[in-house]
Write a protein that binds this ligand. Structure first.
Ligand SMILES: [Zn+2]
Length: 213
């Protein structure tokens, strides 16, 4: 079941790998496929070696419905996100180093770049530390993400969400690109040129017209 969606998850994971957002078997990718079930990548398998049948179908309580592998240890956290964010159909969890690094020293990554406004829809909050592989991680995401498509998990990584996998992927990739740019600005020194709320909103609105639709 859901062979096309499983392949899309693997394609997405390889893109995350290509852009340096995950390494080896870190993080996970999930897609909701029905009212009470979603697909999630397996625990501890290297993405480039995965095949579609390694992706698991699980219910919203985290029970495996189909698949021979052990699901990601974060399955219970991802379940909580999908249960409590009905407009979200895709969740990506990474350990992307630039955004995660900035989260070590701040509680919010300000939206001062067009790409961040485009793809993440505003400032990116940093959720207080919670352990991986437990429900608290999912609660931290739901409680701190706001109306944006990404949240940084302090001392851990990033979670991005979307109405589909593409939206969650864009949020993750452009968050990291923005974090790199901010890193350069901080290294160069001086004051960062700030965006107004209106400029952020313009960046959000512009992206609604982006692409071939
Ligand atoms: Zn993690």
């Amino acid at each position: 079941m859901f062979e096309r969606e499983k392949q899309e998850i693997l394609n997405c994971a390889l893109m995350l790998d290509r852009y340096g957002l995950i390494a080896l078997s870190g993080g996970n990718v999930s897609v909701r496929v029905s009212a009470d079930k979603f697909l999630i990548t397996p625990s501890g398998m290297i993405y480039s070696e995965m095949v579609p049948s390694d992706v698991l179908l699980v219910d919203l309580d985290g029970n495996v419905v189909e698949g021979i592998r052990k699901p990601s240890l974060d399955t219970i956290a991802i379940s909580h996100i999908l249960k409590n964010m009905p407009d979200v159909n895709a969740v990506i969890h990474t350990h992307q180093p630039y955004a995660t690094g900035i989260g070590l020293v701040t509680d919010r990554l300000d939206c001062d770049l067009t790409t961040l406004a485009n793809a993440v829809k505003g400032h990116v909050n940093v959720a207080p530390y919670t352990s991986a592989a437990c429900l608290d991680m999912g609660i931290a995401v739901v409680d701190n993400i706001g109306s944006q498509l990404a949240v940084i998990l302090k001392n851990h990584g990033v979670v991005t969400v979307g109405k589909d996998l593409k939206e969650a992927l864009y949020a993750a990739v452009y968050l990291e690109e923005s974090a790199k740019t901010i890193f350069v600005a901080k290294a160069y020194g001086g004051e960062i040129s700030k965006f107004s709320d209106e400029q952020i909103q313009t960046g959000i609105d512009v992206f609604k017209r982006y692409g071939q639709k």
